[in-house]
Ligand binder design. Structure first.
Ligand code: SF4
Length: 705
């Protein structure tokens, strides 16, 4: 008889595609991981990152094993027990709250937290501490999309599903490189193009990425001109009569104002501003206008911008003009970067949100949540967003910050300012899996957390698919699941409502709170998830039907008028403009085999082979003018800092634009390879998402002394 433990279904913890995996517990406590052939997202396939998941679990050499505490600033961290760590933290939080009010403390979390973890943090700070000071690194990647969806559709909801990739006959990929960053979803686009060669792919990107290899048309725009380009596409659609008059008449509002706006700018002027040939804009509009099913995908190139919301609105407008939404193969489809950014949105885990897509500004919604939680009144004002938290730490408004599951010193814009803010903070708690977060250097209390495969919970992927993650192995040392740490802390603070028996109990409370809302999952239990593998929300109590694959199929939107709204933002420029001193535009992004700040993928030698070091991608013409050869060292400087890396010459990048990968930070060598030494503090005024994709830099050949 075999003693082998059966493999347990789980979800890959990297990107928002959310591939299913099977995790086999091994007798020595390690795990083996393979793709789940029955999971509808990936049918067993995994990309390079997913294929190497087990190494990140089985290599425990960097793990934090027990709580640690610094008895005063400047003294070394010392090992303590859980009770002492949490009681001291509770005492410090209580002191600050009593003296300076609830807004003197904050939680900074992650789109990699499980939904259950997000839920209890949100409940703790909003319900019981009485502040909305919770934000996450999801603010850095998709908050512009959240605002865009809400403004245009009345709801932060991705309308379509991955199956639409097999039905579309025109794809628009804007500001995204899914061939590298969402590879398993990208295979569906490749398959569609192979099976249906007439299907067109348009890519909008200042760089010729691997995604462009499949493109019929690459619109290589000047960074920051997306709004002008998207409005020019709208102009040609209108001029050609390729709009859905019935949809615009009965299911949308705002058309006349948008029409007037886009017709006001001559196409030649728009083409010159974007650096894209006029005939290419016409051809792209023709592809979109003649498509039976038009599907767009986008990520950071649109979202991470000082005009990120406007870019989102203009892309959504293409779908509203053409009525390409809520039907098979069609729709706007924002790709989430992180595995559970969607789950975080569902529990209201940002400083301006409430659970289940309720509205913070609505007193009735706040009262509903307060009553459900049995808490005190919920604060009506939004809390600090990600970058605001660190500004508030630096100027002393915020006294204490609790950082979990994210590495802000490498991932926030203007990294040196983030470091300065943490150095000034009165009290820093870092809840982490490994010793690879640079934030640990500033921690007064370190709490060891269980990692992926060591805890149970759920995540929601980019197509609203909720999947269950099994606990396949025990965490090392005294590490605990994040939700248990938060609940223990809440109890130490004396708050009721945090005595959950397990992750499922947290999930069920979250699901009950969604009842009657647009994202109602009150009928979805762990047993249904385990039996069916995954479910796309909504899933109401009593619902026996299969997944809700598409939203808005009845063309009823969630605005007061039930109509979608075409907004007409003028083309604004709010980024740091290049000048004589800083003449290049710096953009940044991910590379194929790394994830965020490399705290996990950086441990896997196979993944490091793809690109062992940070580099600056630069056009050969610019490199020649600077006297820089392939592999030669360059110094890149902005008004905030510098990096020194090797040059990688590429004719695929626009002259005048340079690119740095985002992954490298201090722990992986010198901090002179950290892209965020350079990035600017600008944010979108509405979404507060940083302008990562645009800052002015100078580049020079670097000769080490
Ligand atoms: Fe994981 Fe994303 Fe790769 Fe799928 S595509 S295996 S979710 S990193």
């Amino acid at each position: 008889m075999s003693t082998k433990t059966p493999a347990l279904p789980s979800i890959c913890c990297y990107c928002g595609v959310g591939c299913g995996v099977l995790v086999e517990p091994l007798p020595n406590g390690d795990v083996a991981v393979v793709g789940n052939p029955d999971y509808p997202v990936n049918l067993g396939a995994l990309c390079s990152k997913g294929l190497n998941l087990q190494y990140t679990v089985n290599d425990r050499s960097d793990r934090l094993l027990y709580p640690q505490m610094r008895y005063s600033k400047g003294r070394p961290l010392q090992r303590v027990g859980w009770d002492e760590a949490l009681q001291r933290t509770a005492a410090v939080f209580q002191t600050f709250i009593a003296k300076y009010g609830p807004d003197s403390v904050a939680f900074y979390a992650s789109g990699q937290c499980l939904t259950e973890e997000y839920y209890v943090i949100n409940k703790l700070i909003k319900g019981f501490i009485g502040s909305n000071n919770i934000d996450t690194n999801s603010r850095l990647c998709m908050s512009s999309a959240v605002v865009g969806y809400k403004m245009a559709l009345g709801e932060d909801s991705v309308p379509g599903c991955y199956d639409d990739a097999a039905l579309a006959d025109c794809f628009l990929v804007a500001g995204a490189n899914p061939a590298w960053c969402h590879p398993i979803l990208w295979r569906r686009v490749e398959a569609r193009k192979a099976a249906h060669p007439a299907a067109k792919l348009i890519v909008i990107d200042p760089r010729a990425t691997d995604t462009c290899a499949l493109a019929d048309l690459h619109l290589q725009l000047i960074p920051g001109t997306d709004v002008v380009l998207l409005q020019a596409l709208a102009r040609v659609l209108i001029e050609n009569g390729d709009v859905d008059a019935d949809f615009l008449a009965h299911h949308a509002e705002g058309y006349e104002a948008y029409r007037a706006l886009v017709l006001a700018r001559p196409l030649a002027e728009a083409a010159a501003l974007c650096g894209v040939p006029e005939e290419d804009i016409r051809l792209a509009a023709h592809y979109i206008g003649s498509a039976k099913a038009f599907l767009s995908m986008w990520t950071m190139g649109l979202n991470q911008s000082a005009v990120g919301v406007d870019k989102n609105l203009c892309l959504l407008n293409l779908h509203l003009l053409t009525g390409q939404i809520g039907k098979p193969g069609a729709g706007p489809f924002s790709l989430t970067g992180q595995p559970n950014a969607m789950g975080g949105r569902e529990v209201g885990g940002l400083s301006n949100l409430l659970p289940a897509h309720r509205t913070l500004a609505n007193p009735a919604h706040r009262a509903e949540v307060q009553q459900f939680w049995g808490s005190g009144p919920l604060a009506a004002t939004p809390g600090y967003t990600a970058t605001e938290m660190f500004e508030a730490l630096e100027d002393g408004r915020l006294k204490a910050i609790w950082i979990l599951c994210t590495n802000p010193v490498t991932s926030l814009p203007n990294a040196r300012q983030a470091e300065a803010a943490l150095a000034k903070a009165r009290f820093v708690v870092v809840q982490e899996v490994s010793n690879r977060s640079e934030a640990l250097a500033y921690a007064d209390v370190v709490l060891p957390a269980a990692g992926w495969a060591e805890k149970e919970g759920t995540m929601t992927n980019s197509e609203r698919r909720i999947g269950h993650l099994a606990r396949a192995t025990a965490p090392p040392g005294e590490a605990l699941p994040d939700s248990e740490i938060i609940c223990r802390f809440a109890r130490a603070m004396g708050f009721p409502g945090f005595d959950f028996a397990n992750a499922e109990a947290i999930y069920l409370e979250h699901a009950r709170l969604t009842a009657g809302t647009s994202i109602d999952i009150s009928g979805l239990t762990y047993s249904i998830l385990k039996e069916r593998g995954s479910v796309q929300w909504p899933y109401r109590a009593g619902q026996a039907a299969p997944d809700t694959a598409r939203l808005f199929t009845d063309r009823q939107f969630h605005t007061p008028s039930k109509k979608a709204v075409l907004h007409a933002p003028p083309a604004a420029f709010r980024s740091e403009a290049p000048d004589d001193e800083f003449p290049f535009i710096l953009t940044n992004g991910r590379i194929r085999d790394q994830w965020h700040t490399m705290t996990r993928t950086g441990k896997v030698s196979k993944l490091n082979q793809h690109s062992p070091r940070a580099y600056l991608e630069i056009h050969p013409r610019d490199a020649a003018a600077l006297g820089v050869a392939e592999g030669g060292l360059v110094r890149v400087a902005s008004r905030r800092g510098e990096v020194r890396v090797a040059a990688r010459l590429s004719a695929g990048i626009r002259p005048g634009v340079v690119f740095l990968p985002i992954h490298w930070g201090k722990l992986l060598g010198s901090d002179l390879n950290r892209a965020n030494n350079l990035t600017s503090d600008a944010v979108d005024p509405v979404s507060k998402e940083p302008d990562f994709k645009f800052c002015a830099v100078q580049v020079a050949k670097y000769c080490p002394p």
